[in-house]
Design a protein around this ligand. Structure first.
Ligand code: TRP
Length: 351
């Protein structure tokens, strides 16, 4: 039976991109009852690789992310929610995996390359940051997870983990399990653009709708969205490609929403056709998108507000989850040590 693992860096509250790209799927997986175990990790140690000088940012966002998780419907009775840094076996595993990866292989990792550029590290790349794909392989393999629901940008990490598993299993012994990424079904959900039309919704770009945003915040943000810059007057023909309003609709819209909020169209295709022909204004499209977002995000926000009243419960949940996760990781660690013959006071006795 499958073991699912995924995680997020606690560098900010989670947003609509996280929800559509990953959280929604996790909740569906949890509720399907089809999986042996589901692990959801708050990757604080990984967040520190590029925020080591901003400990409080990472620290304060641990509970925010946990609140977002549970507000979306992740249930700690069904999934293990835990904090990465509380599982020291992950560092131990990473240390041995480092032997199996070359510097040039890390340099070729497109996600790392891109992040180095985005963070302006140039030639002064912290080693911890540079090697985080290795630690991510430890995150995954410590739990023998085979299914990793992630966004597209994480594919190179999963590939790197698979290579590490293959090397380890070939050089030592078949202990580790090769993971497989699972991307969202709806390809528009894979990489949701920002409100400003930028390629990605991201906290650092300030173009997000957060799961904790108030109804008024959502409305204002939708009104400010970038659309088709060539669509100047209502009568002008418009473009739905690269138009974030339509990309969000692609990601979120169900036919029922037309019956409820915009009955003049039966479905999104009809609405798009009208926009493309000309005669449909951006204001009306945004109003419809706002209704949908309000409808999708209200239950999440309300649950979040309720959960935030008892942070003690959240911390307790994270502590219990971390204890449980550590038991699993330390079992794998023992198997790894035995496979490597370094379990000197256990199965590989020195003599
Ligand atoms: N790198 C992931 C991100 O930035 C977070 C993460 C850390 C992760 N460890 C993981 C995701 C293991 C999946 C599996 O979103």
């Amino acid at each position: 039976m499958d073991i699912v693992l995924t995680g997020d860096r606690p560098t900010g509250k989670l947003h609509l991109g996280h929800y559509l790209g990953s959280l929604k799927r996790r909740v569906e997986m949890q509720n399907s009852g089809k999986y042996k175990d589901i692990y959801v990790m708050i990757a604080d140690a990984q967040a520190l690789t590029d925020n080591f000088d901003d400990i409080n940012k990472v620290r304060n966002n641990i509970s925010e992310v946990a609140l977002d998780y549970m507000a979306c419907g992740l249930d700690p009775n069904k999934v293990t929610i835990y904090i990465q840094s509380q599982i020291p076996e992950l560092c131990e595993l990473s240390f041995y995996y480092m032997n199996l990866v070359t510097v040039s292989r890390l340099q070729r990792n497109p996600t790392v390359k891109n992040e180095i550029q985005m963070r302006g590290f140039n030639t002064s790349i912290p080693v911890g940051f540079f090697t985080y794909p290795i630690s991510q392989a430890a995150d995954i393999t410590a739990f023998k997870a085979n299914l990793i629901p992630v966004g597209e940008d994480q594919l190179p990490m999963i590939e790197q983990a698979r290579e590490i598993v293959r090397s380890f299993n070939t050089i030592y012994k078949e202990v580790l399990v090769e993971p497989k990424a699972i991307l969202p079904d709806n390809s528009t959900c894979c990489r949701l653009p920002g409100l400003d039309g930028a390629a990605k919704m991201s906290k650092s770009l300030g173009n997000c709708i957060y799961l904790s945003d108030s109804s008024n915040d959502i409305k204002k943000k939708v009104q400010s969205m970038f659309t088709d810059p060539t669509h100047l007057r209502v009568e002008d023909p418009g473009h739905v490609e690269n138009n974030p309003v339509f990309i969000y609709l692609d990601a979120l819209c169900k036919d029922e929403y037309f019956a409820e909020f915009l009955p003049e169209y039966a479905n999104l295709q009809e609405m798009k056709d009208h926009y493309t022909r000309g005669g449909l204004g951006d204001g009306k499209c945004k109003k419809f998108l706002n209704e949908i977002l309000q409808n999708e995000l209200k239950p999440i926000r309300e649950r979040r507000e309720e959960l935030a009243k008892d942070l003690g419960y959240i911390f307790d949940t994270l502590e219990k989850g971390s204890i449980k996760a550590r038991e699993v990781a330390s079992k794998t660690m023992q198997e790894v040590k035995t496979a490597m013959g370094i379990n000197y006071f256990g199965e590989n006795k020195l003599n």
